[in-house]
Design a protein around this ligand. Sequence first.
Ligand code: PMP
Length: 345
Amino acid sequence: MKNLQELVRLNIWSLSPYTSARDEYQGKDAKVFLDANENPYNDPVNRYPDPLQRELKTRISQIKGVPADTIFFGNGSDEAIDLMYRIFCTPGKDNAVAIEPTYGMYGVCADINDVEYRRVLMDENFQPSADKILAAIDANTKLVFFCTPNNPSGNNIDRKVIDKVLDSFDGIVIVDEAYIDFAGVPSYLKELSKRPNLIVLQTFSKAWGMAGIRLGMAFAQSGIIGIMNKVKYPYNINLLTQKRAMEEVMQYDRVKGWVESILKERARLMAEFAKLGCCIKVYPSDANFFLARVKDAAATYNYLVDQGIIVRNRSKIALCGNSLRVTIGTVVENNALLEALCAYK
Ligand code: PMP
């Protein structure tokens, strides 16, 4: 890859970051804190949180098997996606390339940052071609986005394609693994130490069951993580989020149990959904949702809304005509969906 200084925007490379009171004094043992203009009352939320979330990173580093200085936490992985543009792409000049269809925020963040977004259509089995992706890349391409398992199609992206792009492209390759815990294939985290141009995204919003606390993870070699830390808001992860995530990582077995139940239900719900009169095709899934082509997606969606059941109509998205995206719920929730659709004419 190009060296990091060539890839990072000049203004970001030379940025002097804000230094907060908690950057300057990092200990916990002082008796009196009069350095951050905090209110002395209303413990513990009166205090600013750790700007680098060190305690949580230590635990996640053990769980994921990567060094703590290769971890970045964001306000959801959406924050990390936005940071990719702000760090690497000069507005009005650089571009990003992504598989299509995929998670919508890559394109929205490109638009917000005035960065051209190049969509490379996958085949009808939702697999990309490395050659088409490489053909879409030019001298101003800074980022390539993969999402595996992919949203909204649900399938794992062919590893050979991702590897070929990682080997051939001299910019940054982002592999979004928001749904990796359901995927049954190894994470790209294992590749981090040998791939300086790789950024892996994961999140607490899916398998960890904590979409409400807004906590996403990015993993990359420490040089990239250092730049992300420079650009992020000083206290981007609030105290309550850090505390709640710490409680959850201490009982990681719960997460494993949820994933097991969801995988069991995924197999059952997909098999039953395929038998429904309204269903044309259920696409294979490696995630906690599946995509299904139905006879009339808008009518089926509206019928389900009337029954108080909400799925996602993805019909307007490329390759997803007349398709609904269904998240795997509890046994009771999944049965409610199946019963409603059995009664649907
Ligand atoms: N990546 C993908 C592929 C997603 O589907 C989502 C959320 N739907 C996200 C990232 C964002 O996750 P977070 O809640 O961590 O912002």
